[in-house]
Design a protein around this ligand. Structure first.
Ligand code: ZN
Length: 128
């Protein structure tokens, strides 16, 4: 199902709500007056999490965020989380930097008496 977007009418309502008395648009995330700075109308609840997809989006479903102050930093954090999760996964899989000496505890392998190198954890033989 396609991601639902705000209708122009609802979009206008959100922009109107974010306007101060002087007609300047302020970020609804931090209150910064945006002036001519770019903004983005963000879905308050990610579309994928909405239970009733037939319900029309209203102004209450959106938040006007300044791109510089609130929308971009939020996106950056998401990317950082993904990078962190990837690093965690890499470590879990044993790709972190280690000593390459077979037999040292950090190498993850051990050398058997017969000269075969086996994985310290699984005991499987490793061919090099
Ligand atoms: Zn902001």
């Amino acid at each position: 199902m396609a991601r639902r977007e705000f209708t122009p009418k609802v979009y206008a309502q959100i922009v109107h709500r974010a306007m101060g008395g002087d007609g300047g648009i302020a970020c609804e995330g931090c209150g910064l007056v945006l002036g001519k700075k770019p903004y983005h109308v963000d879905h308050t609840i990610p579309d994928a999490l909405q239970v009733d997809k037939s319900r029309e989006l209203t102004a209450a479903d959106g938040k006007l965020l300044g791109v510089e102050c609130c929308h971009k930093p939020k996106t950056k954090v998401d990317v950082g989380d993904i990078a962190r999760a990837k690093r965690r996964e890499a470590k879990h899989l044993g790709f972190e930097k280690r000593s390459r000496f077979a037999g040292s505890r950090a190498s993850g392998v051990k050398k058997k008496m017969d000269g075969r190198v086996v994985d310290r954890v699984t005991g499987e033989e490793i061919r090099r």
